[in-house]
Design a protein around this ligand. Sequence first.
Ligand code: HEM
Length: 152
Amino acid sequence: MLDLLDLLASVYPWTKSLHVVSVMSWMAGLFYLPRLFVYHAERVGQDGETHKLFTTMELKLFRYIMNPAMIATWIFGLALVFTPGIVDWTSVWPWTKAASVLGMTWFHHWLGYRRKDFVAAKNSRDGRTYRLMNEVPTLLMLVIVFSVIVKF
Ligand code: HEM
């Protein structure tokens, strides 16, 4: 009977495919939610019909796309970490990747708190702040992709 590590090794290409699919869905939300916040802060304000519509779009994106996608990314990513022969902790790349995915997870939660600010009509940040914060996932994504593919 196969033990768990043999099983992980035999499903490796499947785990990696599911990891990449989850990553794509998560990143779509991490890029788009701050854009919604830019328009919400600059053009919509914090009352009225359009405000309600934006809070609904933000809720659906965060709860039904980003949360499940982040959880799936972590589950399949950790399964890859435990797959025999994949991660060599004496290299640099697993550490730059780990630091960046922690940063990405922090950013996800930061967006979650900002979403709650809008729901409570207590957003205090301007569009420029959300535009700047939009660069955070871009930078982290570059570090992550170079880490896992170049493997320095
Ligand atoms: C959330 C926690 C994460 C963990 C624990 C994790 C872990 C891993 C591991 C161990 C691999 C296997 C590397 C290999 O097969 O050589 C991998 C592959 C990959 N990861 Fe992640 N990852 C995470 C999040 C992310 C994120 C946020 C991104 C993108 C922004 C990402 C992009 C990729 C890509 C593109 C690959 C495939 C690389 C290849 O072609 O071999 N991962 N991940």
